[in-house]
Design a protein around this ligand. Sequence first.
Ligand code: TMP
Length: 244
Amino acid sequence: MKTTQKLYEGKAKILYATEDPQVLVSYFKDDATAFNAQKRGTIADKGRINCAISTHLFQVLEDKGIATHWIDSPSEREMRVKAVKILPLEVVVRNIAAGSLCRDTGIDLGTLLESSLVEFYYKNDDLGDPLLTRDRLLLLNLATPEQLTQLTQLAQQVNHILKDFFQQCGITLVDFKLEFGLDPQQTLLLADEISPDTCRLWNQSETDASRRVMDKDRFRQDLGNVETAYQTVLDRVVAQSAKI
Ligand code: TMP
C-alpha cells in the first residue's frame, strides 16, 4: 500500500498518511502492552490476526448500519481508514463483570450484569486512562452532551450486534473498548480496532476460568498460548462471517 509519512505510532498500530488527505493507513504491529505499557512484549502474528478480525467485525457492523472508519484492508496488516479526529475517550461496554470493574467494585468475576454497562474513560496515558463521570467528561469538553448521548446509543448498538455475532461463534463477549472519531462533517464514526486486544472473549466450550480466556488477558496474566487463542478467535470469526 502506498503511504507517505508516518503520522503517529501507538502501542499496537502505526498510522500513515496517504496521497489522499481523507484516507489513512493503519498498520497493525505484533507489539503488545498492558497496564499502561508497564508490561511489554510481542505476540507472534498478532498484527495479521487483529487486522483480519477487525476487518471482519467492521464489515459485520457496517452491514448492520453502524458507520465505521474502515474502507478496506489492502494487505494482511494494513487497513485503509477514513481520516477522523479521534475523541480522547475509551468507551467500554460490559456484559459480565471482569477486569477493572471487579477490581474497583468488588463484584465477583463472571457476574452477569442485568443490563450492559457503558463507561467512559479518559484516553490519557499520563493520567493512566481514568474512569470519567459524565460531569467530568463535559467539564473537560471531551464531547458535547449530544455526542455523549449518541456515543452511548452507538456503543449499545455495537454491543447488541457483536454479542450476537460472537454467540454464534461459541464465544461470550464479556466486555470491550471502543474508540470513536469525527469526520470532516462532524459525523461520529467507530474507529480504532475491535480485536482480542480490545475485547474480553470467553470460549463457551471451556469452563475453567483460565482455559476459557481467548483475549489479551492471556498476555496480561501470563496464561500462555496467546497466539493460539487469537488464531482460534480469527478462525471462528472467519467461519461465522462466511455464513452471513
Ligand atoms: P478493564 O476491565 O481493564 O477496564 O477493561 C475493559 C475492556 O477494555 C477490556 O475488554 C479490555 C479493554 N481495554 C482496552 O482495550 N485498552 C485498555 O487500555 C484497557 C485498560 C482496556
